[in-house]
Design a protein around this ligand. Structure first.
Ligand code: LLP
Length: 417
């Protein structure tokens, strides 16, 4: 069931017409469907029901507290990458024993906060980080559960900016060197080696890179177990892709079955860190057409959302669908959908065949629930958009629109300047 559907000519989110929300909160705004968030999380978890597993939703994809709370209520844990994400996780009462912590540049204060919170596991990305975690844990009189993030050197066949598991990537520790680092970790008194971790990239639309990675990592897990390491967790990261345009990513069931098959007999709890596949198609960005301009070479639909609100098209050249909120006009046009920001890279779609839009029409950018609001900025001193969640017939403003006062919060003009 798609919860963003037309009823007559009007786009709805669950039981609410998108135009009614626009009338209430103004534009632009992000809109999330609670039923979709729930369905995606449940589909993922149910697909794994036959094996011991823990789903640690990747906070970076969409970190709104109401979204996080929805997942905690469903029993999920979190994959976090910063002290700020830990702070968010605590706001929604996530069981710390369901939190894993990844990232190449964890700072000492962040490590300390994570240890005090009592998280399950650090996914360690360098030998030096092992030493820092050990030292901080020793100072606090605690033991740190750790996995090493192993770089299996497989090509995820996705956009280079979001490929993370290849030799030249900054992430993880090369699989050839990992065994040595595990032995080093075992010798550090305040670390408890409990897992192996990998995450090879994002927006993967094929199963083979996942399976290839597991094949390589499996050997390492078995070697470690033979050497007496009590490896309890195998964290396979996130990365499962979604349909933005015409991609045909594996379903959660296909993905789960492939993973279950490839890890059979390992006697570990599998950890997953899905982000995009849970939230990506659970959200849209709603914007209003300010002007339609016929340039010499192109048509421009100038809207009130911009690259600061949704960076993906500008940053990765990625495709996001453009839908009319009122589809009564069935004519088509080819245009660039652009924002008000003073950069040529400020576009949401380029040379795209879309419905004919007129001034003041509303437009929805689809598949915007992942890496949308979380990557938003205040560039051009644009207040960040509200985030709205629809649950059935309820419209819940889960983050209010920023004000101009919010823009200058924390700034000061030194006296005598
Ligand atoms: N685990 C780790 C360690 C990660 O680095 C990521 C994403 C995930 C899990 C979640 O991956 P997902 O299931 O969402 O693919 N901003 C980019 C995507 C960056 C992904 C960063 N890491 C985009 O908009 O496409």
């Amino acid at each position: 069931m798609n919860h963003f559907q037309y009823q007559g000519n009007d786009l709805y989110c669950e039981e609410v017409a998108v135009k009614d929300i626009a009338a209430q909160v103004g534009t632009p705004f992000y809109l999330y469907s609670h039923a979709t968030l729930k369905r995606h999380m449940e589909a993922f978890t149910n697909a794994l029901a036959s094996v011991p597993h823990l789903v640690c939703y990747s906070i970076k994809a969409n970190s709104n507290l109401a979204v996080l709370q929805t997942f905690v209520n469903l029993g999920a844990g979190f994959d976090m990458v910063s002290g700020g994400e830990l702070f968010r996780a605590r706001q929604v009462g996530c069981d710390p024993q369901k939190i894993v912590y990844s990232g190449v540049g964890k700072t000492e204060p962040e490590i300390e906060a994570a240890l005090k919170a009592g998280i399950l596991m650090f996914n360690v990305e360098s030998p030096q980080e092992l030493e820092v975690i050990d030292r901080v844990a020793g100072r606090l009189g605690r033991k740190a559960g750790i996995a090493i993030r192993v770089n299996p050197d497989v090509d995820p066949q996705t956009h280079p900016y979001i490929s993370t598991g290849m030799k030249k990537a900054k992430f993880g520790i090369n699989i050839a060197q990992a065994l040595e680092d595990y032995r080093r970790a075992a010798a550090l008194p305040n670390l408890e080696v409990i897992g192996v971790d990998c995450h090879i990239g994002s927006q993967l639309t094929k199963l083979s890179p996942f399976v290839d990675a597991i094949r390589k990592i499996r050997e390492l897990v078995e070697t470690l177990q033979q050497e007496g390491f009590a490896i309890k967790y195998l964290d396979l990261g996130g990365g499962l892709g979604i349909t933005y345009d015409d991609e045909k990513p594996p379903s959660p069931v296909d993905y789960a079955n492939a993973v279950i098959e490839a890890t059979r007999g390992l006697n570990v709890t599998l950890i997953f860190e899905p982000g995009r596949m849970i939230v990506g198609n659970a959200g849209i960005l709603v914007s209003k057409v300010l002007y339609v301009k016929q340039g010499e070479a192109k048509n421009f639909v100038i809207v009130d959302a911009a690259m600061n609100d949704l960076a993906r098209p500008a940053l990765y050249g990625s495709y996001q669908g453009i839908l009319p909120v009122d589809r009564s006009n069935d004519q088509r046009m080819v245009a660039d959908v652009v924002g008000p920001i003073c950069e040529s890279g400020d576009f949401l779609a380029q040379d795209r065949e879309i419905s004919v839009f007129r001034q003041n029409d509303l437009l929805a950018v689809s598949s915007a629930g992942a890496y949308g609001f979380t990557m938003a900025s205040n560039y051009n001193s644009r207040p960040r958009t509200p985030e709205v969640m629809v649950k059935g017939d309820q419209v819940l403003v889960v983050r209010r629109r920023e004000t101009y006062e919010d823009l200058i919060k924390g700034e000061s003009i030194p006296p005598g300047l």
